[in-house]
Design a protein around this ligand. Structure first.
Ligand code: SB7
Ligand code: NI
Length: 186
């Protein structure tokens, strides 16, 4: 079982490297890693398990956060409409995105960052992602608002990008012109 001990923190090189494409079909060992990642995200949101194992709740995790330089991520969350996103994704690729931006009004955090970094993190409001899921299905998913933000945060980890890289240094709390918060309406 994965715990916070397995999560690498700022300073670990894997968080700043471009992760490698994963060979498909998934090897048994990659499949195990990805299903462990999904279970970790689920456990982190379970009140009993998160307390028992001191897990910080998170909506997703990317392989580089385990020090593994592979293009895999897992998410488990519901969007504001109640649609559940709960799967492992391999070689995800944003194939198109809106010009319009969005952001979470309270900013973002990261399991690999043990400090608060205030500031608006501008994201594409809509994205289309192609990926292969944990069970080997090739999918094309259209995401909007909060769900789009979560996938962009995770896909950034596969490219060595941290959420605070997107915060404007001069005006961290000023939203960009073409951006609306995704947590106000959806
Ligand atoms: C805020 C937090 C996350 C995504 C989008 C907004 C994920 C936090 C957990 N992670 O560090 C996963 O990389
Ligand atoms: Ni993160």
């Amino acid at each position: 079982m994965l715990t916070m001990k397995d999560i690498v923190r700022e300073g670990h090189p894997a968080l700043r490297e471009v992760a490698e494409e994963v060979a498909l079909p998934l090897s048994e060992s990659d499949k195990k890693t990805l299903s462990d990642m999904l279970q970790f995200v689920k456990n982190s949101q379970d009140p009993d398990l998160s307390e028992k194992y001191h897990l910080r709740p998170g909506v997703g995790v990317a392989a580089p956060q385990l020090g593994i330089k592979k293009r895999m991520l897992a998410v488990h969350f519901e969007d504001l409409k109640g649609t559940l996103y709960s799967d492992g994704y391999v070689n995800p690729k944003i194939v198109s995105h809106s010009v319009e931006q969005t952001y979470i009004s309270t900013g973002e955090g990261c399991l690999s960052v043990d400090r608060e970094v205030p500031g608006i993190v501008p994201r594409h409001k809509r994205i289309t992602v192609k990926a292969t899921t944990l069970d080997g299905a090739e999918v094309k998913i259209r995401l909007k608002g909060y769900a789009a933000v979560v996938f962009q945060h995770e896909i950034d980890h596969l490219n060595g990008i941290m959420f605070y890289d997107h915060i404007n240094k001069e005006t961290p709390l000023t939203p960009p012109e073409n951006a609306t918060p995704c947590d106000a309406e959806q």
